[in-house]
Design a protein around this ligand. Structure first.
Ligand SMILES: Cc1cc2nc3c(=O)[nH]c(=O)nc-3n(C[C@H](O)[C@H](O)[C@H](O)COP(=O)(O)OP(=O)(O)OC[C@H]3O[C@@H](n4cnc5c(N)ncnc54)[C@H](O)[C@@H]3O)c2cc1C
Length: 396
């Protein structure tokens, strides 16, 4: 199949998955357009930091010929981990050696910038919120946007995240609540304004865990720290709690009550953070979500397999999906068959990670002294990783 007879390729969503797909397809000589809902990359908070793994996120960037750009801005030291009990006792501390590139961190905004800049001019059409997509004939689909614009695609890829509007073409599944809600808070200019928070967090991530709750503090680039205050609460807690999330003082008072028996050093994460709290209830698609391959349409990333963020795999899988799909399209002699093969591999790796993320959620946000359990889990994981490394170096 030549590049021309695939026809018009449209990606919906300029997240890490959609951008990676567009980049690799362009490198392979394809014409591609992305429609993106947001009018600008900075229009809303881009979220925090992401760790990119060797065989998925990093592999995608190598295939996209952007690995050096990534290395220039990533933070290998961001892999440091600290686990603390609610009394403030440190149970576990891992400081990664210099130049360890297993899972370096990068701010989501920086990652998107690298990918965006690599695309041909006018690839991303911003400010286009997909309202509706319908199949017409011969595998073509008609897309309708909220500004009245319409377009027709021969191949459409839904990379439009958790609440995908493309998903209904392949699956009837809808995201279900995971059982936990995060409230995102932030410290800007943290080293100067809050050196004690800077010290508590360290260079990477600090988890304080107990009693079905968690305070996760993560160092981001640009002298910032993000905090995820995590609670095991019902789906409609945000409304039922009566908290007005636009009133920071009200949010603080309520949260401080919930954590009232935690050490003051940890409560500072709520007490002195910036005046902006963003509630994020966590959703996931069914673990074994699958569908029959449809002509002219497929999904990748969160649109295909949304999971809770406790395996640290979401962005990595989105970028790996994008890479494998781009290569499947490039090498295709029968596009529907190539998409089918891509989907089968995606289903199986997504199911594994989704299951892991749910198991980890139950471990981290569990009753009693969950910090101790998580500490044992981290130690075992590190021993396993060390053993693997040793075996690899023996067999190499
Ligand atoms: C609090 C939190 C922490 C996380 N931490 C990690 C982590 O440490 N590591 C990790 O690997 N993953 C993490 N994740 C998950 C990760 O963010 C996602 O898995 C990843 O962003 C998925 O990428 P994507 O490209 O599939 O979708 P997204 O990043 O969601 O991008 C979708 C894009 O589509 C656009 N869009 C949506 N609807 C429309 C529409 N109707 N029309 C047009 N455009 C549309 C959106 O604006 C967006 O730009 C975390 C998630 C959360 C919520």
């Amino acid at each position: 199949m030549t590049k021309n007879n695939i026809g018009r390729i449209i990606i919906v969503g300029a997240g890490p998955g959609g951008l990676t797909l567009a980049r690799i397809l362009q490198l392979k000589g394809f014409e591609v357009k992305i429609y993106e809902r947001e009018s600008h990359i900075d229009v809303r908070s881009q979220g925090g930091t992401l760790d990119l793994h060797v065989h998925s996120g990093q592999y995608a960037l190598k295939t996209a010929e952007l690995f050096e750009d990534f290395q220039a801005v990533c933070r290998p030291e961001g892999q440091d981990t600290r686990i603390i009990g609610k009394s403030g006792t440190i149970y576990y501390e891992e400081v990664v050696p210099d130049k360890n590139y297993d899972r370096p961190e990068i701010d989501r905004r920086d990652l998107r910038q690298i990918l965006l800049k690599s695309l041909k001019k006018d690839t991303v059409i911003q400010g286009h919120n997909l309202l509706d997509i319908q199949s017409i004939s011969n595998g073509q689909h008609k897309l309708t946007f909220d500004n009245g614009v319409t377009d027709v695609a021969d191949l459409v890829i839904g990379a439009d995240g958790a609440w995908s509007r493309v998903r209904h073409l392949v699956s009837k599944e809808k995201p279900q609540y995971c059982g936990a809600t995060m409230i995102e808070a932030q410290f800007t200019e943290v080293d100067d304004r809050h050196p004690e928070i800077s010290k508590l967090t360290g260079r990477g991530t600090m988890f304080a865990l107990s009693d079905n709750k968690g305070l996760f503090a993560q160092r981001n680039g640009g002298n910032q720290i993000r905090v995820y205050i995590t609670l095991r609460v019902p789906e409609n807690w945000i409304i039922e709690s009566g908290i007005d999330f636009d009133q920071p003082q009200q949010v603080r008072t309520h949260l401080l009550e919930l954590f009232s028996d935690w050490d003051n050093s940890l409560l500072n994460l709520i007490q002195v953070c910036d005046d902006n709290f963003i509630p994020r209830p966590l959703y996931m698609l069914p673990i074994n979500q699958k569908w029959e391959t449809q002509q002219g349409v497929t999904l990748l990333g969160d649109a295909a397999h949304l999971m809770c963020p406790f395996a640290g795999e979401g962005v990595n899988l989105a970028m790996l999906d994008a890479t494998e799909l781009a290569l499947a399209i490039t090498n295709s002699t029968d596009l529907t068959q190539s998409i089918h093969e891509y989907e089968q591999k995606m289903f199986s790796r997504a199911a594994e990670s989704s299951e892991e993320s749910l198991t980890n959620l139950d471990l981290f946000i569990s009753p009693d002294d969950s910090a101790k359990k998580v500490c044992e889990w981290f130690k075992k994981m590190m021993e396993g990783a060390l053993q693997n490394n040793n075996e690899n170096s023996v067999t190499a």
